[in-house]
Write a protein that binds this ligand. Structure first.
Ligand code: NOJ
Ligand code: MG
Length: 393
């Protein structure tokens, strides 16, 4: 007789550490071909709405909360209100960032603009918000390229642009250290849009830039699913490379069809296997940061709240499937078989370099035909995962 199993819960818990960019719920559905389809909600309403739904954290741009030209007094009043909402709902501010892309002053970039005054203004704007972010308890400060890129390649030297970007990050790192803020920086790569090409287009580019900074130890990466897929790359591999480098400080999750405009669809709506494997990676490697959704509701939605519930529910659903995959005896057996190598051990064959080891290797005998005969179970493994995902096993 079948035993009745309790249905796993898709209800988000604080310990899931789900977060949203407030700009996602403030999004009104406008696109280059059509006007807004939803009423505007303010930044404060966004924080409150997320807090009321049990979301662990929020991320914001300075101008999601106060207008660009707001007085210091107005800004203080907003910060006071945000803190009140945080107290009453329990939501945390997990990351912050600067809007360095909306105002026409930044039409040719911010940190990489030709104009030193624009660069200085951009750094000043970041400094102001870094202080607010620290006050709100944010531990991550994001630098997304935005308009840091080019449309006319002959008109902007990309080597010079990267140097300018580095100078600004170095300046801000010293500022954070001097202020004794407990905060790390995070570079968010994106290949293009709104510029034809954005500098630091992928995680690999960001990691290479980080290694050249004055304080590489205080800078990480927050890869975003959509940005990765716009470049035709694999989110699992990009997330994994940041993780392996110890640089995965935040993540932006969403859905995206490859090689298209920035679609920012809800997490996991487009490629279930890919979403499952990202969730499994984060679980397997005990990723401890926030799981931030950076997407927006379909333009056809009347309000953002079904979308918010859906992203968290989707993540939980993929987590259940990842656990099922981990516990599936058939899948485990096939994966183990793949790993089994007839007693060969890397340490014994090669290991770390030594002159003697190299000499031994030179004399070793390999039979490539025999090596090629090994049966690899990839078709079966992949199909098993498909059936787990579809609820057939
Ligand atoms: C808006 C971008 O669309 C998003 O991907 C990014 O994370 C935020 N800005 C942060 O700057
Ligand atoms: Mg993002």
């Amino acid at each position: 007789m079948a035993t009745k199993q309790s249905k796993p819960s898709l209800k988000p818990r604080r310990r899931d550490k789900f977060a949203f960019g407030i700009w996602c719920v403030m999004n009104q559905g406008a696109d280059p071909f059509g006007v807004a389809t939803r009423p505007q909600i303010t930044g404060l309403e966004a924080v409150k709405g997320l807090g009321k739904r049990g979301v662990y954290g929020f991320e914001y741009h300075d101008n999601d909360l106060w207008p660009l030209k707001a007085s210091a007094a107005k800004q203080r009043a907003v910060v006071k209100d945000v803190k009140r909402i945080m107290r009453t709902t329990g939501i945390r501010c997990t990351a912050a960032t600067t809007n360095l892309f909306t105002h026409p002053a930044f039409k040719d970039g911010a940190f990489t603009s030709h104009d030193p005054k624009v660069r200085a203004y951009a750094v000043q704007k970041a400094m102001v918000n870094i202080d607010v972010a620290a006050e709100l308890g944010a531990r991550v400060y994001i630098f997304w390229g935005g308009r840091e890129g080019a449309d006319v390649d002959i008109a902007k030297d990309p080597v010079e642009a990267l140097k300018r970007f580095r100078d600004c990050i170095n300046f801000l790192s010293e500022y954070v250290l001097e202020q004794k803020h407990r905060m790390v920086f995070s570079i968010e790569p994106k290949p293009n849009e709104p510029r034809s090409d954005t500098y630091l287009p992928t995680a690999g580019h960001a990691l290479a830039m980080i290694a050249t900074l004055d304080h590489p130890e205080m800078v990480g990466v927050n890869p975003e699913t959509a940005h990765i897929k716009m470049a035709g790359l694999n989110p699992l591999h990009e997330f994994a490379q940041c993780l392996e480098a110890g640089k995965l400080v935040d993540i932006h999750l969403n859905g995206q069809k490859p090689l298209r405009y920035d679609q920012d669809m809800s997490f996991g709506c487009d490629n279930p296997k890919e979403a499952l494997l990202v969730v499994k990676l984060l679980k397997d490697y005990a990723y401890a940061g926030t799981k931030t959704f950076d997407a927006h509701p379909y333009r056809t939605e009347a309000d953002p709240w079904d979308f918010v519930e859906r992203c968290m529910r989707a993540y939980k659903a993929y987590e259940i499937k990842a656990e099922q995959a981990d516990a599936d005896a058939t899948l485990c057996r096939m994966l183990e078989q793949l790993e089994r190598t007839g007693g060969a051990s890397w340490a014994r064959l090669l290991g770390a370099y030594s002159a003697a080891g190299a000499e031994k290797l030179r004399k070793a005998k390999f039979n490539p035909d025999k090596l090629a005969k090994r049966k690899l179970l990839y078709e079966q493994i992949d199909q098993r995962l498909t059936e787990i995902l579809l609820g057939l096993v």
